[in-house]
Design a protein around this ligand. Sequence first.
Ligand SMILES: NC(=O)c1ccc[n+]([C@@H]2O[C@H](COP(=O)([O-])OP(=O)(O)OC[C@H]3O[C@@H](n4cnc5c(N)ncnc54)[C@H](OP(=O)(O)O)[C@@H]3O)[C@@H](O)[C@H]2O)c1
Length: 262
Amino acid sequence: MQKTVLVTGACINTGVAIVEKFASEKWNVVFTGRDAEKVSAAEKAYRIKFPDVKIRGYVLGSLQKDGSVDENGIRELFNEMDRAGIFADCLVLNASDQGLGQEIFVTPLSDFARVIYTNVIWDYALSEAAALRMKNRGGGSIVFVNSNTAYRAIPNRIAYSASKGGQLGMMRALAFDLGKYNIRVNAVLPGMIRTDRWEKDPEWYKNVPSAFTPLGDVADGADIADGVWYFAAHARNTTGAELVIDGGNTIQLYPLIPEEKK
Ligand SMILES: NC(=O)c1ccc[n+]([C@@H]2O[C@H](COP(=O)([O-])OP(=O)(O)OC[C@H]3O[C@@H](n4cnc5c(N)ncnc54)[C@H](OP(=O)(O)O)[C@@H]3O)[C@@H](O)[C@H]2O)c1
């Protein structure tokens, strides 16, 4: 039977690459985004590109106005999928609050909390709802799109790093508790990925991250999608695992100094 993946935050960037990977492997796809217009435009584009699979976009908010997790939204999404007879064999937690520019001493605690609530608590609530269905259907898998910043710091991203570290702990604990239901839980840890944010980088900076990467290039969304696909479709006996996809950035003690800088 044709399988279905549910991917969060998949109107742009890495989420698109993940949707396209699964669709090209003939899985049906459900994806989410917070903005109705963007979801509808992405759904239209996916359906044109992949006419042989069912692709459906849902609008799903993450937080309520007071900053707490919108549990009702999650309940409604899964109830609607139940009513439509859609079962997510795999949940890919791709959406993430990047917590950019959160400088210490000036960032309000509420901004810090927003990142943790989105990347940890919201993802937990989604995992719980998906895992309940998987348990009733005899199994499934959950894949976190995490980050190598769970291990390595970058400037002004304390909440983001904390959230990604928290995600990894949660991933292992979920893997442990859900193993008995044949639900595998794993994480892909990207380093830098080419996204629409690259367009905003100054020209001189564009080759800098690759120059300091042992493999000489940063990842494309498709590289991350391949890792997610491995966990979803191949890793029958793997749970609680981390796959770093960062061109070797995490393994180096000191960054390579490019020839022209020596
Ligand atoms: N880009 C990188 O260099 C990099 C490096 C390491 C790890 N990662 C991880 O890889 C994943 C994908 O990265 P990306 O750069 O492609 O992501 P992105 O474009 O920054 O974000 C993906 C989607 O997440 C959703 N999102 C953002 N803030 C949200 C919030 N507060 N609540 C709910 N949804 C929210 C947005 O969807 P809507 O606005 O449509 O709702 C957005 O399109 C993320 O988990 C990221 O942490 C990225």
